[in-house]
Structures are given as structure tokens and as C-alpha cells.
Write a protein that binds this ligand. Structure first.
Ligand code: SF4
Ligand code: SF4
Length: 239
């Protein structure tokens, strides 16, 4: 049997903190309709769902909210926000709950990917030269073996390209051929694009870790490179 919650144990500190940071999350407007829970991929995992989490926050069950691992189950997909009749932003709530965890207690895998991205420019830790070599090698093979793509242009750091496109760093490592289909589409539509060599990875685990400093650093390095070294007018994030 579950232990009843003592009224004295309730505190709305978490709700107040989140509301102050993101007033547009509209936490107080919940109707408890359950629409969010119906479409949430994390519902019922760890005996939790978005409606329940929000209810606990609003009731002031801060101790339980602070220690639930469900905070790390939410994928931040935002299906709940799109379905919610009151436009309550559960992922913003979840992000801020994650941010309240000491960094060293956050999940090791996400933390390592974030750290790796800050260090190496991508979550897989691929050296830039290896990325460029892999891209050129796969593109050369496509040009050689598929005559209709013999003129396909695939570049890294081409100054003046209209679009800068990033790339999930798992593909060059585990499935390099999977990069080809996007290149072919871009070729067929005559797109003028390039990969950047700095922070070229599309993923950003620092966002999922709620590491604002790391998240900002990655984006700033990326934007600086595009603006100052390449001059691309448009950035396409493939993630
Ligand atoms: S869909 Fe919105 S209003 Fe309905 S329970 Fe979820 S958060 Fe509350
Ligand atoms: S953002 Fe989180 S809470 Fe909302 S639907 Fe996705 S997994 Fe569920």
C-alpha cells in the first residue's frame, strides 16, 4: 500500500519556479482532461504520465516530483502541447525539472553525449577529418557507380553556399551510405548547399540534458562559423 501524503509535506516551490521562468507554459490552466496522456509515448512508464506529473506539480508534491525518473522518460516530442486544449507546455515543464537535477546525477548516457559534442563538435566524437573523409568517400562512390549522379556536388565548408545543412553524427560512423539519399534529393532539386565543418552534427544532447550552457555553446559556435566563415543564408537542421 502506498504511503499517504501528509499535507504538511506539500510545497509549491517547483511550480512557482517553473512559472516564473516560463509563464507561457500555462501550468495553472490544466483541465485534467487527459488528452496529453492519451497521445504520450511515455504514458504509463514508471507509473507516470504527463497529466499525473502536472497534477503533482500543481498540488505541491515537490519531493515526489523532484525524484521521479520519469522526468528523463519524456521524449520532449511536444505531442501533448499540440493536443492540449489549454496549450499547456509539458516539455517546458520537464526541461525545467531536468535543469533542477544536479548535473552529475543526470543520466550518464545523455551527459556523455552532451560532453562529447562540446569537446569534439558531435555526440559520437568523430574527428572532423574523419567526417570529411567519409563524406567525400561515400559521395565519390555514388558518382562512380550511379551515372545519373555523376555530377552530384557534396561539399564541406564551401563558402557562399546558400544553405548549410547539418548531419546526425551516427550516420557517418555506423551507416555512411544512409547519407546518400538526402544528397540525391538535394542534387535533383538543384539545391546549393554545404556541410559546415564546425559543430556539423544535427543532434544536441545538451538540450535533452537541460544543460543550457552547453546547448548555447554548441549553437553559438555553429552560428559563428556559418555567419563568419561560410556566409550561408539558410540553415537546415536535419534533426
Ligand atoms: S491535455 Fe492539457 S488540459 Fe488536458 S490534462 Fe493534459 S495538460 Fe491538462
Ligand atoms: S513531450 Fe513528453 S509528455 Fe509530452 S507527449 Fe512527448 S513524451 Fe509525452
Amino acid at each position: 500500500m502506498k504511503t499517504p501524503i501528509e499535507l504538511d509535506d506539500l510545497s509549491c516551490e517547483i511550480k512557482n519556479q517553473v512559472q516564473e521562468k516560463v509563464p507561457d507554459a500555462f501550468l495553472d490552466l490544466c483541465l485534467t482532461c487527459g488528452t496529453c496522456t492519451g497521445g504520450c509515448p511515455g504514458s504509463e512508464l514508471l507509473d507516470m504520465d504527463p497529466r499525473k506529473l502536472l497534477r503533482m506539480v500543481l498540488l505541491g508534491m515537490d519531493k515526489e516530483v523532484a525524484k521521479t525518473d520519469w522526468t528523463w522518460v519524456c521524449t520532449m516530442c511536444a505531442r501533448c502541447v499540440n493536443a492540449c486544449p489549454m496549450k499547456i507546455n509539458i516539455p517546458k515543464l520537464v526541461y525545467n525539472l531536468r535543469n533542477m537535477w544536479p548535473r552529475e546525477n543526470r543520466p550518464k548516457g545523455i551527459r556523455a553525449s552532451c560532453d562529447q559534442h562540446i569537446r569534439a563538435g558531435n555526440a559520437m566524437g568523430v574527428p572532423t577529418d574523419d567526417f570529411i573523409w567519409t563524406v567525400e568517400d561515400v559521395a565519390a562512390e555514388i558518382r562512380e557507380t550511379q551515372p545519373e549522379f555523376k555530377d552530384m556536388k557534396v561539399t564541406v565548408d564551401r563558402k557562399g553556399a546558400y544553405m548549410a545543412i547539418n548531419q546526425n553524427s551516427r550516420e557517418p560512423v555506423t551507416e555512411p551510405d544512409e547519407m546518400g539519399p538526402l544528397w540525391k534529393i538535394l542534387h535533383q532539386v538543384g539545391a546549393d548547399w554545404t556541410y559546415p565543418s564546425v559543430m556539423w552534427a544535427g543532434e544536441n544532447y545538451c538540450l535533452f540534458l537541460a544543460d543550457e550552457e552547453g546547448w548555447r555553446y554548441i549553437l553559438e559556435e555553429f552560428v559563428y562559423h556559418i555567419d563568419n566563415n561560410l556566409g550561408c543564408e539558410v540553415v537546415v537542421n536535419t534533426e
